[in-house]
Write a protein that binds this ligand. Structure first.
Ligand code: 0A1
Ligand code: ZN
Length: 867
């Protein structure tokens, strides 16, 4: 059995590391790592005079020296997992030498190679795969790194901080020495060695220091770095303007690699990125890819203060840096693109991934209480719900109060490893506010439900709003206690405008509270939860007419969109019920006229229009059902798409034609144009009429930018036509040499609504360009299919379950982190009708019994099977 780690068991480290000097003799097959560490007992430690115990993982120890003297095997205990020395003084120097095998490291944790480039990933516990160390974030040390490697294969040698020296060695080798002036935890260590090209820039900080910016990529990608560099500069400027935070080193490097488990990593001064979040030019990257790059580049940059300068005491505090940094990148993106579009994207993502997580077996508070494998806790809850909890502070304290609090937090805790409580206390102290009740957001899992009931008192001219809150009680947890929930509201008059004096932030602190609005001239319509002011589910009786009214008039753009989604959701759920009852389907005229209004509204920009005219996804609809039948959901939604296509055919056509032509430029106007154009195309192609299919074929043939090319391809792959096969073949021929574009080819086929999708996915898993060991490729095909194609993954015969389970088991032996993400697609098994539910459970049990299954996958599977 694997060991479970508890938050309550935290103890300070018995030893501290003052400095580490590393030497790497790089070789893909066998690299020597020498570490020279200055250690001492921690005066604030639990003081037990015990042995020194360092972490390790898959290391081969060659030698250990204590204060210069080589220890013999009786003086230490070592295995691949740890190194223990019983007898050590107060202060001492420890030197170790280990062997590691980077080219065989398929887990992509520690030091590994990606297309021949050496790179590292140390968060959360990867540094112990490089050398024996106190691999925990509250041990912060000064690092130097000397890298030795073959000069012609690895001309570029990078590590954290400043490059201080370089030189040549015999046998065509060379060395470079790096020094990081800032103390840091081991998870922020990084090293890169390869034959890379540099895209350079500079940034002058507000205090006038010049910072060298370097983006390192494979030479063939040198023409795809402009957007990442521009994003980095924009992020540096924004953090100065918004929070007065400046960069603190003279150099900032980003390296793009093709094999990476996550999006990117904030290593001090040397970020390592999944190439997906660096490389872009209009012909290869979509508008969403551009926005993704801007957001992730900013995210990693913002970590320099929120994560690196002030870090986490232990991994239970992960949301301290992640929730806060996601909040910061969301705010940045809102300022760079469009605040309302950004908010809609963020909320949709939260609802799709995080609400599902909270409703399933893996529900955990943003600050978890225990884990078996930390890598499983880089979750939507820790990141996205964590960001919403940080947003609560801003909603409660105001933007200025939040800025004051953030600066106070960073000043008080600079160069330290702290907790979520420290953050809350700093926020409270700087604002002289009582924020104690916010603590519950950190300790309670589950999505809170707020029930709203408004009553109009005609004779008094008053409106009372009663809000009550509840939460699902989690197994093994104490009864949930009431949270602090800010609810932003406004009351609309019949003219569609906010009634003066009614725009407020209500603070719900009790199980139930009533708020009164007085002196109202007329019966109002309530707009509630403006801007999605808290990560809750709202329950309220509202008529379709009220929702349509809010959709047309609400002064809050988020709530205008929200009202449309709520209206569509209610109609769709009604149709799902009809499908199940085998009654004929009929589309509500209200939805058609609401859509028609939006389509013809000249005041709305294309992005907002496209989002408003999108129906809630099958995943979101399924969340509302107590027993999911994915076929019924798919049929109901498909029916509405076709009916809307038919009823508004002329309007869609006009919209398409009006927006058909423009430039490939990535700016707000062109992005908006492409979004509404492509939304129209989807509705039109869904009609499966020769003239509408021809539109997609033409767009596919003529597009020079990836956004329009991809959208046409998506439409065609959803069909079952001769044009579909032709498009699939053409796409492949054109883009087989561009891995990031080829990922799209795999993903779009995996997510297609066509009945052929499953057979295609099986065939693609045997395609010569499919590679289970490359995380982007594995995710494009397998994760996107299992998590993003509900109707095909949940086919009633269970063949897709079996296929994915087989792939998970095979992948687990290569890369457990990626396998455990994919296996999470089985988590919701209890929510499906009995046939599917039983089939999913059987696959989970088969995986659970698989010999040699990783800690990562077994933790997920065991949790899913509990009770
Ligand atoms: N700290 C990174 C996320 C990250 C976490 C673990 C990793 O290991 C494979 C990689 C990256 C971030 O928030 O961007
Ligand atoms: Zn992060």
């Amino acid at each position: 059995m694997h060991e479970r780690i508890y938050r309550k068991d935290y103890q300070a480290s018995e030893f501290l590391v003052d400095s580490v000097d590393l030497v790497f003799e790089l070789d893909p097959a066998e690299t020597v790592v020498k570490a020279k560490m200055q250690l001492r007992r921690n005066p604030d430690g639990p003081a037990r005079g015990g042995p020194l115990r360092l972490h390790g993982d898959e290391l081969e120890l060659r030698s250990v020296r204590l204060n210069g003297t080589r220890l013999d095997v009786s003086q230490f205990e070592a295995d691949s997992q740890s190194l223990a020395i019983a007898d050590v003084p107060e202060r001492f120097q420890l030197e170790t030498e280990v062997l590691i095998h980077p080219a065989q490291n398929t887990k992509l944790m520690g030091l590994y190679t990606s297309s021949g480039t050496f790179c590292t990933q140390c968060e959360a516990e990867g540094f112990r795969r490089i050398t024996y160390y106190l691999d925990r974030p509250d041990v912060m040390a000064r690092f130097t790194t000397r890298i030795e490697a073959d000069r012609s294969s690895y001309p570029i040698l990078l590590s954290n901080g400043n490059r201080v020296a370089r030189g040549d060695l015999p046998n065509g080798r060379h060395w470079v020495q790096w020094e990081d002036p800032f103390r840091k935890p081991s998870y922020l260590f990084a090293l890169v060695a390869g034959d890379l090209a540099c895209h350079e820039g500079t940034f002058t900080t507000s205090s006038g220091r010049e910072v060298a910016l370097e983006i390192w990529v494979e030479p063939a990608n040198a023409d795809k770095c402009g957007h990442a560099l521009a994003s980095l500069k924009a992020a540096m400027k924004w953090d100065e303007d918004r929070y007065g935070l400046e960069y603190d080193l003279d150099i900032y490097m980003i390296v793009a690699v093709d094999d990476f488990n996550m999006g990117a990593m904030e290593n001090k001064g040397l970020n390592i990125f999944n190439s997906k979040y660096v490389l872009a030019k209009p012909s290869t990257a979509t508008d969403d890819d551009y926005e993704g790059i801007e957001g992730v580049v900013a995210h990693e940059y913002f970590h320099n203060w929120t994560g690196n300068r002030v870090t986490c005491r232990d991994w239970f505090q992960l949301t301290l840096k992640e929730g806060l940094t996601v909040f910061r990148d969301q705010e940045f993106s809102a300022d760079m693109t469009s605040r309302e579009v950004q908010r809609i994207k963020d909320v949709t993502r939260l609802r799709t991934a995080q609400f599902a997580e909270d409703a399933g077996p893996l529900a955990h508070p943003i600050r978890p209480e225990s884990y078996i494998e930390m890598n499983n806790f880089y979750t939507s809850t820790v990141y996205e719900k964590g960001a919403e909890v940080v947003r609560l502070y801003q909603t409660l304290l105001g933007r200025d109060g939040f800025r004051k609090g953030l600066r106070h937090y960073l000043e008080t805790h600079d160069a330290r490893a702290v907790t979520c409580d420290d953050f809350r206390e700093a926020m409270a102290e700087a604002n002289d506010a009582d924020l104690t009740q916010l603590e519950r957001w950190y300790s309670q899992a589950g999505t809170p439900i707020v029930h709203a009931n408004g009553v109009w008192h005609e004779s008094a001219g008053a409106y009372t709003l009663t809000l009550s809150q509840s939460q699902r009680a989690m197994p093994k947890e104490t009864e949930p206690r009431p949270l602090t929930i800010p609810i932003c509201v406004g009351l609309l008059g019949a003219n569609g405008k906010d009634i003066p004096g009614t725009v407020r932030t209500l603070e719900l602190n009790e199980p139930e509270q009533t708020f009164t609005f007085e002196n109202l001239p007329e019966r109002p319509i309530l707009s509630i939860g403006r801007g999605f002011s808290a990560p809750i589910k709202l329950e309220m009786k509202r008529s379709h007419e009220e929702l349509a009214f809010l959709m047309a008039h609400d002064s809050d753009p988020f709530n205008r969109w929200e009202a449309g989604q709520e209206l569509a959701k209610r109609i769709l759920l009604g149709l799902v019920a009809r499908v199940l009852e085998k009654r004929p389907l009929e589309l509500d005229e209200g939805l058609v006229s609401a859509f028609r209004k939006v389509l013809s509204d000249p005041s709305l920009d294309g992005s907002i229009k496209a989002l408003t005219l999108a129906l809630p996804s099958e995943e979101l609809l399924s969340q509302e059902l107590s027993l999911v039948d994915p076929d019924a959901v798919h049929r109901a939604r498909g029916f509405v798409i076709r009916e809307l296509g038919l009823a508004l055919r002329a309007e869609w056509m006009r919209t398409y034609e009006q927006h058909a032509r423009g430039a490939d430029a990535i700016d707000k106007a062109q992005i908006g144009r492409r979004r509404i154009k492509n939304r129209a195309l989807r509705y039109l192609v869904a009609l499966e009429a020769p003239d509408t299919i021809a539109l997609a074929v033409e767009q596919f043939g003529a597009a020079t930018g990836m956004t329009e090319y991809e959208a046409a391809f998506v439409s065609l792959v959803d069909l079952d036509s001769a044009e579909t096969d032709r498009a699939i073949a053409e796409f492949y021929e054109r883009w087989r040499g561009e891995p990031l574009v080829l990922d799209k080819w795999f993903r779009i086929q995996a997510m297609s609504g066509s009945p052929l999708a499953f057979d295609r996915v099986v065939a693609l898993s045997k395609h010569p360009d499919f590679n289970l060991a490359n995380p982007n490729r594995a995710r494009s095909l397998l994760y996107c299919f299992a998590a993003g194609n509900p109707v095909a993954f949940h086919r009633a015969d269970g063949r897709a379950y079996r296929f994915i389970a087989d792939q998970v088991v095979e992948l687990d032996a290569i890369n457990p982190q990626v396998a455990s993400r994919i296996v999470s697609s089985f988590n919701q098994w209890k929510r499906y009708e009995p046939g599917r539910s039983g089939l999913m459970k059987a696959e989970l049990e088969r995986i659970a019994r698989w010999p040699g299954i990783s800690k990562d996958v077994s933790e997920i599977v065991e949790r899913a099977l509990e009770r």
